[in-house]
Design a protein around this ligand. Structure first.
Ligand SMILES: Nc1ncnc2c1ncn2[C@@H]1O[C@H](COP(=O)(O)OP(=O)(O)OP(=O)(O)O)[C@@H](O)[C@H]1O
Ligand SMILES: [Mg+2]
Length: 306
């Protein structure tokens, strides 16, 4: 069988400057048709700026960026028609009801009224907000607004969705609902590009992802591969004690000191625990699977961004 991989977004040395600040610094990546592709990174890493260049609402400073094979600087109208966008900030019209918000949005895409009414009913059902159809926006909860923004992004039956922090501030129930919706949209063939600070969410949803910091891409790949490459399959934790550290140094294992704990990275936790217990004087030892959060903190550090 021949599998044909089509790249629907291609960025090469993509750069965005705001005056002196290089918000996106010569990044290159390709998003394949039908995948869920994630952008992770600390606050200010350049995720939203990258999303806005893809959406054709913020012009790039340099480099190449094509969406569905079209250059963003010359084909804004054509690209925008094919995209559904859920921005990071809730920008629903506060004076209108749920139903009116979706209907007003449908007009930007010249969707005939009868068809728009059908779409709106379907979408409200999809995100489980039919019962709030006539409620004004200010009376919705934060989670309901996020769901409505997802529905609004779908009004033009897009081929690609750009979701900037789709589950920010949601309770676990609402987050899982959005995850189910994202998976269901992917199964319909829609390509999904998302940003998130929830690393468990990225691990669950993303086929591939990048971790950005200070405008640069630090790593890209499949979640499991990224974890294996930078951490190993498991982490063995022990007390941060000078003797333990000296022993780890003698055994030349890969480790980090985090507060009063030492984290030892390994692909073979049983052997590692056995050898640490044998070689080093350990008070307490625990083992767990390595996660994307371990990679994130290892690569981007633990300092707060200004
Ligand atoms: N319109 C703008 N004018 C000037 N600087 C900007 C503008 N938009 C973003 N920036 C700066 O660009 C950098 C990247 O911001 P961006 O919003 O892309 O980060 P982010 O990764 O989305 O962060 P967060 O996780 O907080 O949403 C930040 O330093 C930000 O202050
Ligand atoms: Mg952002």
């Amino acid at each position: 069988m021949v599998v044909c991989i089509v790249s629907v977004i291609v960025a090469e040395d993509l750069t965005k400057q705001f005056g002196e600040l290089v918000a996106v610094d010569s990044v290159s990546f390709a998003v394949e048709e039908g995948e869920v592709f994630g952008f992770l990174g600390p606050n200010g890493a350049g995720k939203t700026t990258t999303m806005k260049m893809i959406q054709c609402v913020s012009p790039k400073t340099a480099g190449k960026l094509t969406v569905f094979g079209m250059e963003v600087s010359t084909h804004q109208r054509e690209i925008k028609k094919l995209l559904g966008v859920a921005p990071q900030e809730n920008n629903l019209d506060p004076d209108f009801t749920v139903h009116e918000n979706l209907m007003v949005y449908s007009r930007y895409f010249d969707i005939p009224r009868a068809k728009a009414e059908r779409m709106v009913a379907e979408l409200l059902d999809f995100i489980q907000l039919s019962h709030k159809k006539d409620t004004v926006i200010e009376q919705l909860s934060g989670g309901m607004k996020r769901r409505l923004i997802l529905a609004r992004a779908l009004i033009n039956s897009p081929r690609m969705l750009i979701l900037d922090e789709p589950t920010i501030g949601l309770d676990p129930q609402a987050r899982h609902l959005i995850w189910d919706k994202i998976k269901s949209l992917q199964s319909q063939g829609i390509t999904i590009v998302l940003t998130t600070h929830y690393l468990e969410e990225a691990a669950q949803l993303c086929n591939r992802l990048v971790i950005m910091d200070y405008g640069k891409i630090l790593v890209q790949g499949k979640p499991d591969e990224v974890i294996r490459e930078y951490i190993g399959t498991d982490i063995v934790e022990a007390e941060n004690d000078p003797e333990v550290i000296a022993c780890l140094e003698r055994n030349t294992t890969s480790y980090d000191v985090i507060g009063n704990r030492v984290q030892v990275y390994t692909n073979n936790p049983q052997e590692m625990i056995y050898s640490l217990l044998k070689e080093c004087e350990l008070g307490q030892i625990t083992a767990r699977s390595a996660t994307l959060e371990d990679v994130f903190l290892k690569l981007t550090g633990r300092k707060l961004r200004e």
